[in-house]
Design a protein around this ligand. Structure first.
Ligand code: FES
Ligand SMILES: [Fe+2]
Length: 307
């Protein structure tokens, strides 16, 4: 996918169990994810370099992934260490592997050309293990750029969400304070007494977002690019209120139901936006309330992209 070079969150750590082979398409690339015997994650192209079979249909053999077609075995670096008819390896035959790191429950993958940046974007310190966290995942049939822009857009609240959270939204005529740089876009309405805001929205490039509602409540999203037509939204609900052991799964169930309803209000409109890649929407006319979106588009165009 043609997106800026960066470390992208591509999955949750819990999705890749030991002894499991997981096929996943990310950034337009069919990938296969598995763990070596020490538990370290391996991400490689889901295509055998011999005659192109899907490696994800194969099996794990002593720390190698064996192709389902002719049994060639590949090590975690992608090198072929066993060709049955030769009775030895052919290490020059390689599957492409990707740089990954697992942190704070997420899998990050370097996508791009050139040297990977040493700094992997961090997860939000606002939410930690003291919160009750509920989780959901949803696939949207639209480009990554449209789903991100929707969460940078506060002016849609009283319209898209008129029957839910939009009822409490600040007037569209009032502009939020914006803090924007190469790492993040943060916006909030400063309290009348000038104090630091308790409620804010932050987007962290390239694909994380938090709605910090209060000290006790936040919602986070990871926008995971699947391919040019699909984005996977990983939503987490983090709360410190109503922590009632025995009832938490019921409370979480209803919190997720509410979040799903709000996301569906967004989805209904966002899926109608054409073209789906915002870089092709040169004729759109942005207004002052679209400042954050403008900044996001600048980032999309300014960072070296990989096709
Ligand atoms: S296609 Fe994979 S071993 Fe032949
Ligand atoms: Fe929305």
């Amino acid at each position: 996918m043609n997106l800026p070079s960066s470390w992208y969150v591509i999955a949750r750590t819990a999705e890749i169990k030991k002894d499991q082979i997981l096929p996943l398409t990310r950034l337009g690339q069919p990938l296969v994810l598995w763990r070596n015997p020490e538990g370290t994650l391996v991400v490689m192209d889901d295509r055998c370099p011999h005659r192109s079979a899907r490696l994800s249909l194969g099996e794990l053999k002593e720390g190698r992934l064996a192709c389902p077609f002719h049994g060639f075995q590949f090590d975690p670096q992608g090198a072929c260490q066993w060709v049955p008819e030769l009775g030895r390896g052919a290490p020059k035959l390689c599957v492409k592997t990707y740089l990954t790191t697992e942190r704070e429950g997420w899998v990050w993958m370097w996508w791009g050309t050139g040297e990977p940046s040493k700094e992997v974007p961090s997860w939000f310190t606002e939410v930690d293990s003291k919160f009750c966290t509920a989780y959901m995942k949803e696939r949207w049939e639209t480009h990554f750029t449209r789903s991100v822009e929707n969460q940078l857009d506060y002016a849609h609240l009283p319209f898209v969400h008129r029957n839910s959270i939009g009822r409490f939204a600040t007037s569209v005529q009032k502009y939020p304070e914006l803090q924007m740089d190469e790492q993040r876009i943060k916006w909030f309405f400063r309290p009348a007494d000038g104090s630091d805001p308790q409620t804010y929205i932050e987007f962290r490039f390239p694909n994380l977002w938090i709605n910090r509602i209060s000290e006790k409540y936040s919602i986070t999203l990871a926008f995971v690019p699947v391919d040019d037509q699909h984005t996977e939204l990983y939503l987490q609900n983090h709360r410190k209120f109503a922590n009632i052991p025995g009832l938490n799964s019921v409370i979480d169930f209803f919190m997720i139901l509410l979040n799903r309803r709000i996301l569906n209000e967004d989805r209904r409109v966002v899926l109608t936006q054409e073209p789906i890649d915002v870089r092709l929407a040169q004729d759109e006319v942005l207004f002052p309330s679209d400042k954050a979106i403008q900044h996001f588009r600048k980032w999309l165009n300014s960072v070296h992209s990989q096709g």
